[in-house]
Design a protein around this ligand. Structure first.
Ligand SMILES: *Cc1c(COP(=O)(O)O)cnc(C)c1O
Length: 451
C-alpha cells in the first residue's frame, strides 16, 4: 500500500481496514454511499486551522515591527455560508468581488465592515450594495471608478473607505516570478505609467466622499517563492512614501494580496507562511526606516492556501479502457473514466494544473499501470490527471480520491453537459454534514422558461 504524503492530504486523513481512505474519521465508502459522487469532502478543522494559522503567523511577525494584520479570505476560491461563518469565527475577514458573493456573505451574517469588495468591472448595483452593507473597503480598480464610487457614496450620504489597486510589475505563479516596469493586464493601475498616483490624487480630491485607506496589489497565484512578495511589497512601500512626498498624506494601510502556494502533488512544496511573514515584516520595516515613515497596517488575502488543502474530491470509477499508444514506442495507456471531470475541476484544462489521486475504497497489491484519469464530458480535453500510475485491477465501482481540490474547484464548477454540480460535505469530529447540497435535475430545469 502506498503511504499518504501528508502535505497533499487534509489533516485526519488515514487508511483504515483493507486500505480504505478515511477523511476526518469518515470511511470514504460511507461518504460515497450516503452522499453520492462526485463529492467534495472538506475537513472543517483543517480549513479553520489554516485560516487561524495564517492570521497568527502574520499578526505575530508584524507585531514585532509594531504593526497589525487583517487577513481577508478570498471568497472566490470557495464560498458558501458555512465557510463565510468559519472564517469570521477564526478572526478573519472576507473578500468578495461580485453581488453574488456579497449575497452569500449577507446570508451568512458577515458584518459589512469585515468585508472588502474587489472587481475590475463592478456594476453600479454592486457598488451600491457594498455601500449599503457598509463594507470595510471598496478596492478601486480604474480611474473611472473613483468618480463612480464617490457619486454612489454621496448618494448614500456616507464617506466610503477605499483602497486603490496598483500593479507593481511583479508577476508570479508556479515556481517563477518576473519583474517588469509595465503591466499588460486588466487589473489595477500602474505604478510605472503614473496612473496609480493619479488615482490616489483623485481619491484624495474626493475626500468628502472617499476615505483613502491605502493601496492594494495581488501579484499572482500558487506562488512558491517568497522573493516575489518581498519585491512587490518594497515597491508598494516606496510608492506610499512617494505619495507622502507629493501630497503630504500618509496612507494608513497596505494590502499585499494573496497567492500563497500549496502542495497539489508531492512535487510541490507549500510556501512557508511563517517565514514569509517574517521576511515581509523585515522588508517593510527596512523600507519604512529608509523613507522615515510609519509602518502601515497590513492586510493579506489568501484563498487557495486556506481552502485548497482542506478538501478531497471523491469520484466513482466507471469505464476502464486500455488504449494502445504508438508514439515511437508502442505502449498501453488505460483510460479511467470518473463520474465528474471538467465540470467540477476545470483547472487541469484551464491552467494545465497537476493533481494526484489514489484508489480510495480498498488496498490493492497489483502492479501499477499507466493511467489517464478522465471525466464524463464530451471533450477529449476533459482530463483530471493526464499521467498517473494506478493499480492494475482498478475497476468500475472503485472510488478515486483527488486531494487539494478545495480552492477553485466547486467555485469554478459548471453545468456543462447539464450535469448537476456536486455536493460539498464537511467532516468534523467523525461526523459528516452537507454544507452545499448536490444539484438536481429540477435545479437544472429551473431557469429554463420554455418557448
Ligand atoms: C484571487 C485573488 C486572491 C486569492 O488568491 P489565492 O491564490 O487563492 O490566494 C486574493 N486577492 C485578489 C485580489 C484576488 O484576485
Amino acid at each position: 500500500m502506498t503511504a499518504l504524503v501528508a502535505r497533499v492530504w487534509p489533516r485526519e486523513t488515514t487508511l483504515g481496514d483493507g486500505g480504505a481512505l478515511h477523511l476526518g474519521g469518515q470511511d470514504v465508502r460511507d461518504l460515497a454511499q450516503n452522499f453520492g459522487t462526485p463529492l467534495f469532502v472538506v475537513n472543517e478543522d483543517d480549513f479553520r486551522a489554516r485560516a487561524r494559522s495564517l492570521r497568527e503567523v502574520f499578526q505575530s511577525a508584524f507585531a514585532d515591527i509594531g504593526s497589525d494584520v487583517d487577513v481577508y479570505y478570498a471568497g472566490k476560491s470557495f464560498l458558501c455560508t458555512a465557510v463565510a461563518q468559519w472564517v469570521i469565527a477564526e478572526g478573519l475577514r472576507l473578500d468578495t468581488c461580485t453581488g453574488g458573493e456579497m449575497a452569500v456573505a449577507r446570508r451568512a451574517g458577515v458584518p459589512g465592515p469585515k468585508m472588502g469588495l474587489h472587481g475590475n468591472n463592478k456594476s453600479d448595483r454592486e457598488i451600491a450594495t457594498a455601500i449599503e452593507m457598509k463594507v470595510g473597503r471598496i478596492v478601486i480598480d480604474s480611474l473611472a471608478e473613483v468618480g463612480r464610487v464617490a457619486a454612489a457614496a454621496r448618494a448614500a450620504g456616507r464617506r466610503v473607505p477605499v483602497m486603490v489597486r496598483v500593479t507593481t510589475g511583479v508577476h508570479a505563479g508556479g515556481h517563477e516570478f518576473i519583474s517588469t516596469a509595465h503591466e499588460d493586464q486588466k487589473f489595477g493601475l500602474s505604478l510605472a505609467d503614473g496612473s496609480a498616483l493619479k488615482a490616489v490624487e483623485l481619491v484624495l480630491g474626493n475626500g468628502d466622499d472617499l476615505e483613502l485607506l491605502g493601496i492594494h496589489t495581488h501579484i499572482g497565484s500558487q506562488i512558491q517563492d517568497p522573493t516575489a512578495f518581498v519585491v512587490s511589497a518594497r515597491k508598494l512601500l516606496a510608492f506610499r512614501a512617494l505619495v507622502r512626498d507629493r501630497t503630504g498624506f500618509v496612507m494608513p494601510e497596505v494590502d499585499l494580496g494573496g497567492g500563497f502556494g500549496i502542495a497539489y502533488t508531492k512535487a510541490d512544496e507549500p510556501i512557508d507562511s511563517a517565514a514569509l511573514a517574517r521576511e515581509l515584516a523585515q522588508a517593510i520595516d527596512d523600507e519604512c526606516s529608509a523613507t522615515e515613515i510609519t509602518v502601515p497596517r497590513i492586510s493579506i488575502e489568501p484563498g487557495r492556501a486556506i481552502a485548497g488543502p482542506s478538501t478531497v474530491t471523491l469520484y466513482s470509477v466507471g469505464v476502464v479502457k486500455p488504449v494502445t499508444v504508438d508514439d515511437g514506442d508502442v505502449k498501453v495507456r488505460t483510460y479511467v473514466s470518473v463520474d465528474g471531470g471538467m465540470s467540477d475541476n476545470i483547472r487541469p484544462a484551464l491552467y494545465g494544473a497537476e493533481y494526484t489521486a489514489r484508489l480510495a475504497n480498498r488496498d490493492s497489491s497489483k502492479v501499477k499501470i499507466r493511467c489517464r484519469v478522465v471525466g464524463k464530458h464530451c471533450e477529449s480535453g476533459d482530463i483530471v490527471i493526464p499521467d498517473i500510475d494506478l493499480p492494475a485491477d482498478i475497476a468500475p465501482g472503485d472510488l478515486l480520491a483527488v486531494p487539494a481540490t478545495g480552492a477553485y474547484g466547486r467555485s469554478m464548477a459548471s453545468n456543462y453537459n447539464l450535469i448537476e454540480r456536486p455536493a460539498v460535505v464537511a467532516v468534523r469530529g467523525g461526523a459528516a454534514r452537507v454544507i452545499v447540497r448536490r444539484e438536481t435535475e429540477d435545479d437544472l430545469l429551473a431557469t429554463d422558461v420554455g418557448a
